[in-house]
Design a protein around this ligand. Structure first.
Ligand code: PEP
Ligand code: MG
Length: 748
């Protein structure tokens, strides 16, 4: 019996494939498909309904219903049985349609005489395209085999990429990836960008959903699975010693690759006439639908893994690689599930924007995107599914929104916004050579943060007085192997040359936490942000620190040098780090190499503990720089990479400002130079409040210098300080509302 059903469904599929291959107009082909399906399934009616727009379905072909109703009958999603199939993305199978929940009578179709109804969603990779229905007069429920057969037809239909063309006259939109979509995400780098989609991993196109010979298809599937199993095993043995998370993902891959259930379902599909790739894609579609319904984060991750694995299998089967021959648009906006910093740098500044389905604000990719000043949105759910190469896309990094295929209203509003930003940029450029001096006369020093050679040109253009934070780890992160001392000193020399005498504060390597060097064995730590990172690594394994210090001394080659140690949590750590520097200086002296003409040695203030260090610490350091990103996360015990808790605590929170003020006062007493180089220094309101509290040196990404300077020049910082004091005295949790209101009224 099963054999007979299989050969029946195979015959239907082959007939469908032939119908699709015929050189007929789209409508004629669709008519042929409904006719073939109805006769093969022994039903009086077979109809195809397709989405006309995101909310409306349209009858596009029918065998059995009134032909006049084609392209006339329409229903809203959720309306009638067809609309319910579409909304719930679920099959409806009933022997008594007129009495079924949600039934809506459509007189123009003449369907009142049909009792049984079977509707299945037409969807491709989780994207709803329409509904396929069979109906018959005889009151009966359809068997499991029949349901399955109709699902297969729906899948073949979904593969007809010109499906949208079937929607009737006047339809402006078709369902398949043409409707405008707005996707919210989280901002990892501000800014707005307009461009066209460039998929980091282009979708595999299944061109032939029907297999001629099941034996051949089974062998192809077996070979592709084997090839994949071998490569997963290989990756696993390479990763064994490495990152625990990567191993976990690969273990999940291996579990799926060996999963009997997964394989059996694909074999059944092949036995019923599908090609090997169509069988893989059918499973992938089912996984995507489940993915949307599953609430549990762990399970969803596993379904993501299955999705990735299906993609690998499809690439094995079709031979389609990442390079599809498509040409990158002139204004590419990169879309990816996630991306590593090295891959991102390969694209470089050619990208106008980046949208990631996953990612985190503190990730390497985010650091690189920030360094390149490319707007980046993360956590944009479903973007890799929705976007197609070449789609128009607008990225609003300020509002954390992605507009995919935006309609005209959105396009106009967005263009206005871009124009305003451009005008603002011109205004800021005019300020370039003017000081950041408040109306009260106080002058604030503005420096820029950098980490790559590519950042240095901004030193000139932004009007920054120097580089307040050079994150040396970025150059380590993008290398394929540990850089040698000679390479490092050449890099630092280039940085100093490009700075042409302006001060550059080199922060020694801050690795660990989320910054894992690809060529160094990562530590499996329960809490990496509070783990073995930065100066802790430098002091425990001093080889790299020593090499870096030597490279810096040599790069300075008789010029001034500023070195800063990250993540100093107690005085002894600073002393130990400084003693490494002293040893390096002694060694250079012995070797007869020129020493820097002057040397400043400072520390980052990133842990609350160091703010309470003995006075000697403040006397010993030449300067301190507050790393607000880390300091804030430890002050509030709120992970900077965890979007949920990160946003709970305002930087302008009274307690945090009190703490900053305490540090300012301490440094004033000992005459220690103090600056602030976390991301908050680049936000105009925050920067103004810091300045009002006595932080007179700020370091930020180059694009923030103009807006911050513009803000400071409009304000009397002493008056702002009074506003802050009053708000604090009134018991306000955050001084933001008071400061915002005052600035609105009192800046010109
Ligand atoms: C900081 O913590 O504020 C800082 C500047 O360092 P990073 O962001 O590189 O940890
Ligand atoms: Mg830090």
């Amino acid at each position: 019996m099963a054999q007979a059903t299989e050969s029946e469904s195979r015959k239907l599929l082959v007939a469908l494939r032939d119908a699709m291959a015929e050189d007929a107009a789209g409508q004629a082909r669709l008519d042929k498909i409904v006719e073939l399906t109805a006769s093969s399934m022994g039903t009086e009616v077979c109809s195809v309904y397709l989405f006309r727009d995101a909310d409306t379905l349209e009858l596009c072909a029918t065998e059995g219903l009134n032909p006049e109703a084609v392209h006339q009958t329409r229903m809203r999603i959720g309306e009638g049985l067809v609309g319910r199939v579409a909304r719930k993305n679920q099959i409806i199978n009933t022997a008594d349609a007129p009495n079924a929940k949600g039934f809506r009578f459509m007189p123009e179709t003449g369907e009142e005489i049909y009792s049984s109804f079977l509707g299945v969603p037409i969807q491709r990779l989780g994207q709803a395209l329409g509904v396929l229905v069979v109906q018959s007069k005889e009151a009966r429920e359809f068997s499991g085999d029949e349901v399955y057969a109709l699902e297969v037809v729906a899948m073949v239909l979904a593969e007809m990429t010109e499906l949208g063309a079937f929607v009737g006259e006047g339809a402006a939109l078709s369902a398949l990836h043409q409707n405008p979509v707005t996707i919210p995400g989280s901002t990892a780098q501000e800014g707005v960008a307009k461009g066209h989609v460039w998929l980091h991993e282009p979708r595999v196109v299944v061109t032939n959903p029907v297999g001629d010979d099941p034996e051949v298809e089974l062998t192809r599937l077996d070979e592709a699975l084997e090839q994949m199993r071998v490569s997963v095993d290989q990756m696993l043995s390479d990763a064994r010693t490495g990152d625990a998370e990567q191993v976990e993902v690969l273990e999940a891959y291996r579990m799926f690759a060996n999963s009997k259930g997964w394989r059996r379902r694909m074999e059944q599909d092949i036995a019923r006439g599908m090609s090997a790739e169509a069988a893989v894609e059918k499973e992938q579609s089912a996984a995507r639908v489940r993915m949307e319904q599953v609430g549990d984060a762990y399970l969803r991750e596993r379904l993501h893994d299955l999705d990735d694995l299906s993609n690998k299998l499809l690439r094995n089967l079709t031979g389609q690689g990442r390079d599809t021959g498509a040409e990158m648009p002139a204004d590419p906006i990169l879309i990816a599930r996630n991306i590593g910093p090295g891959e991102l740098l390969d694209y470089g500044r050619s990208l106008k924007g980046i949208v990631l389905e996953e990612g985190s604000v503190g990730s390497h990719a985010a650091i690189v995107a920030r360094a390149l000043a490319i707007p980046l949105i993360i956590n944009a759910a479903g973007i890799t599914n929705e976007a197609l190469n070449g789609d128009l896309i607008m990225v609003d990094g300020d509002q954390a929104i992605v507009h995919l295929r935006p309609d005209e209203n959105v396009q106009t509003a967005f263009s206005d916004k871009m124009l305003m930003q451009k005008q603002a940029a011109t205004r800021y450029a005019d300020l370039r050579d003017k000081p950041a001096q408040g109306l009260c006369g106080t002058v604030i020093d503005l420096h820029m943060n950098a980490g790559l050679m590519a950042d240095l040109p901004s030193l000139e253009g932004s009007g920054a007085q120097g580089v307040g934070l050079f994150r040396t780890e970025l150059q380590f992160l993008v290398a394929n192997s540990m850089p040698k001392r000679g390479e490092l000193s050449a890099q630092y020399e280039r940085v100093l040359n490009a700075a042409s005498g302006k001060r550059v504060v080199f922060r020694t390597l801050d690795i660990g936490s989320d910054k894992v060097l690809p060529y160094m064995k990562p530590e499996d730590e329960p809490n990496p942000a509070m783990g073995w990172r930065a100066i802790r690594v430098g002091l425990d394994k001093p080889g790299i620190l020593r090499m870096q210090l030597q490279a810096l001394l040599r790069a300075a080659n008789g010029r001034p040098l500023s070195v800063m140690f990250p993540f100093i949590a107690q005085l002894e750590e600073f002393k130990a780090a400084k003693s490494e520097l002293d040893k390096a200086i002694a060694r250079e002296t012995r070797l007869g190499h020129p020493l820097p003409s002057s040397l400043e040695v400072g520390a980052m203030l990133e842990t609350p503990s160091i703010a309470f260090a003995p006075q000697q610490f403040f006397d010993d350091v030449d300067f301190l720089s507050i790393g607000g990103n880390d300091l804030k996360q430890f002050f509030f015990a709120a992970d900077r990479e965890n979007e949920r808790v990160r946003k709970r605590y305002d930087t302008l929170n009274t307690s945090f400002l009190n703490f900053l003020e305490m540090i300012v006062n301490k440094c004033a007493q000992s005459g220690t130079l103090l600056s602030f180089c976390g991301e908050d220094a680049g936000r105009p309101l925050e920067a103004a409040c810091f300045a009002a509290l006595g932080l007179h040196s700020l370091s930020m990404r180059p694009a923030s210098i103009g807006p911050v300077k513009h803000m400071i020049r409009r304000l009397d910082l002493q008056k702002l300080k009074t506003v802050i004091d009053e708000a604090r005295a009134s018991g306000a949790q955050s001084i933001r509302p008071a400061a915002t209101a005052w600035i609105r009224e009192n800046s010109d």
